[in-house]
Design a protein around this ligand. Structure first.
Ligand code: NAD
Length: 417
């Protein structure tokens, strides 16, 4: 629970209600769209390498499936309880609708700290989880993907465990390794999409990316690719961090070198780049910069610390990094927030490309993937900016309003309400 005293799901529903009021949503829709459709909670016994047995809990939540099969990542994290997974599933409903891909919203998680677990332990845990949820997933039913502490390798194990029961099914998960039906471009898609949205925002506001000072919290899949793409466009990446802490350099960090350190199993703080200052994650949020990119966990900016943010723009690469209390303070201070459902939607858009290719048994070149991704992210940004002008509201309210309208329409047509 955030210091705003709302659970994550209550907070996402607060964002939902803010936008729903603006569009005069039919009252009867509220109870359908603020609750989840289906929730699975499974026991996962895992035999550790030393023979000890641990029992962890796994969840898969289906929020709304009016627009298509459920879609959303799987995270392995100690905070991934049912309430957090519900919140993340509902965000997927609004996000998939906003970027207009034919999916509903879902999320999954195992409430476990996977750091220090061996490959064998992770694989056994993942296979057990798939056994527990295999009856509610399917290539036209629910398609998982990677999220925090899960990877292409995790997806490969999931695909294999599912295929062992149901026959060869590459389309059952996205974010797979290239050798197993993964799509060139998918690994980078979320972080790249974040920067496509920043490009569109910068164009609309008449500033260049060249020389823009960017700070990125989290240097996993999303944060590292966002930092790399930003640096490639001439941004000065002044600070990055991971769960151990961060590094800062006013003149700009060598992002490619940091990526090499992390891919070799190190932390960003292990870098030997000259002139680099070691900082904490709290200091990263307070770093003087133009654009702050939270790309790690949720609820990192709230009513208690929003005042430390010095950026003009907060670009939400992570899911739910800003609580409603933090959002209000940022808004009052004139800090623009580009919301998660727009900023990080490149991930699910790329997953849609991968899933479609798997179903058609046809593969695209990476150029086509990136061109289509850029086009869809820009279209979603333009629609969001137009809705913000029409409704005289924030980008978050506008993005939710678009998503809600589409999901409400599909729910009504299907006869849910
Ligand atoms: P990841 O596991 O690859 O990376 C997470 C990063 O955050 C790591 O660098 C980790 O060290 C860092 N981190 C963990 N705890 C931290 C803390 N307390 N303080 C600072 N840093 C911390 O995960 P990811 O896939 O990059 O996901 C990051 C965020 O992006 C999540 O909010 C996720 O839901 C969201 N997201 C991911 C995708 C995707 O395609 N992977 C798509 C959309 C949204």
């Amino acid at each position: 629970m955030s210091q705003d005293r709302l659970t994550a799901f209550e907070a996402v529903n607060r964002y939902f209600e803010d936008a729903a009021r603006l569009i005069d949503l039919d009252e009867r829709m509220y109870s359908v769209l603020t609750t989840t459709y289906r929730e699975i909670s499974v026991q996962i016994p895992v035999e550790m390498d030393d023979g000890e047995l641990i029992v962890v809990r796994g969840y898969r939540v289906h929020h709304n499936g009016a627009r298509g099969p459920y879609k959303g990542g799987i995270r392995y994290h100690p905070t991934a309880d049912l309430e957090e997974v519900r919140a993340l599933a509902s965000l997927m409903t609004w996000k998939t609708a906003l970027v207009d891909v034919p999916f509903g919203g879902a999320k999954g998680g195992i409430e476990v700290d996977p750091t220090g677990m061996s490959e064998g332990e992770l694989q056994r845990m993942t296979r057990r989880f798939v056994n527990g949820i295999n009856h509610v997933i399917g290539i036209y039913r629910d398609i998982p993907a990677p999220d925090v502490n899960t990877s292409a390798q995790t997806m490969a194990w999931m695909m294999d465990a599912y295929s062992a029961r149901h026959g060869y099914s590459p389309a059952i998960v996205t974010g797979k390794p290239l050798g197993l039906g993964g799509a060139p471009g998918r690994e980078a898609a979320t972080g790249r999409g974040v920067i496509y949205v920043l490009e569109a925002y910068a164009e609309q506001h008449g500033f260049a990316l060249e020389g823009l000072r960017v700070a990125v919290q989290g240097f996993g899949n999303v944060g590292s690719w966002a930092a790399i793409e930003a640096a490639e466009r001439g941004c000065v990446v002044v600070a990055v961090s991971d769960r151990f802490g961060g590094v800062r350099h006013e003149g700009g960090l060598d992002v490619a070198a940091l990526d090499a350190v992390v891919r070799a199993g190190g932390a960003v703080g292990d870098t030997d780049q000259p002139g680099v200052e070691q900082i904490t994650n709290e200091e990263l949020l307070a770093t003087p910069c133009d654009v702050l990119v939270p790309a790690a966990l949720g609820e990192v900016i709230d009513a208690d610390n929003a005042h430390v943010v010095q950026a003009d723009v907060v670009l939400e690469a992570a899911n739910y990094p800003v609580t409603p209390g933090g959002d209000k303070l940022l808004c009052d201070r004139g800090v623009a927030v580009i919301p998660d459902v727009l900023a990080n939607a490149g991930g699910v858009t790329g997953s849609y490309f991968e899933w479609s290719q798997n179903i058609q048994q046809f593969s695209w070149k990476e150029d086509r993937f990136n061109t289509e991704l850029r086009d869809r992210m820009r279209t979603a940004f333009v629609a969001t900016a137009a809705a913000a002008a029409e409704l005289d509201c924030t980008l978050r309210q506008a993005a939710f309003a678009i998503g809600i309208r589409r999901v409400a329409e599909a729910s009504r047509l299907r006869g849910y309400v």
